[in-house]
Design a protein around this ligand. Sequence first.
Ligand SMILES: [Zn+2]
Length: 392
Amino acid sequence: MSDLDLTRSAADVAPLAGRSFGAGRALRHASKVLPEHARVHNRSLVLQTLFHQGAMSRADLARETGLTRVTISDLVAELIADGYVIEQGTRESSGPGKPAILVDLDREGHRIVGLDLSGSERFLGAVLTLDGEIVARHDAPVPNDPADILAVVSTLARALVADAHAPVLGVGVGSPGVVNDRGVVLTAPNFGWTDIDLEGALHAELGLPVLVANDANAAVLAEYTFGGAGDDVLLVRVGRGVGSGLLAGGQPLRGSRFAAGEIGHVTVGTDGGPVCVCGKVGCLEAWLSAPSLGAALAEPGADREAVLQDAGTRLGIALAPIVGALDLSEIVLSGPPELLDGALAAATVEALRTRTLAEFHDGVQVRMTEQGEDIILRGAAVMVLSGQLGVS
Ligand SMILES: [Zn+2]
């Protein structure tokens, strides 16, 4: 514990940062701002400012955060002692006075381990810097017996931690299925999982902070922090199934049962359509998942353009009420570019245009992610940054 003056710190609380996810669970439940909350908030604000803006002097930090220079000095001293911030020499000074010492996030001082469990053949893992750059990769085949999944994931995580070559800030995991805010996978049909405490199991195994979220919810965080997405964005993830992650006002939406974004089994249209694995007819997933599209394109005499256009239109029909209700500015597509990028995305734009209010929603952007196949690994890193440092 530091001997930070909590009284002064409490009085000097910076306004909430617009883009912050908040310092997480603890703050949201507090009705009264306690000194320790103010301190956590201010620490996050300093780290967030350095994360996005890079090295600056303590005076710059005070200006950027709205905190007093005394508070900044205390916080920076504490963050240096904790190994999150380093001094980086001085800036050439043009005026009189001694040159300012620059401080920055110690981007090399810690590593993050990310896991992507969404693949049908391999679980992917990476060691990442605090900037989301991947410095090492390991993967493992998805076991045939679902009973072995937890052991395979643990072994993969341990191999990554051993390859981190720096203290590991935490382990982020993007998992298929519905995941609650404690990292319990409530249901993941592909794994045969119900109420599996993945976060707890990995934490017990590794002795490190672990954060688990649904894969599409992880992906939208990568798009937000590293992909330049705005505060009101929906990311559609097309793979074995179809899911989405949502941010509204810069906050991840979880929903009443942690199933926000589960759009795959919403039926689209009243004209029938393919039968879905869930038993219903015309689910979005039955039109749009990679296997569904692959099967439709492989039909003898299939018109590729028409199949992709129809799938894109169905996606637009499903998304239009969401865009309208939440006033989204951006739809980001993540999945096989050869399927999504082109006729499909164009048809989605057209369907959205004809089905939403022109005055507000004509400008809704539909684009492919630039995060590629690493989007969930990088999103898992953002979960750790956000959960451990309040940085996003
Ligand atoms: Zn279905």
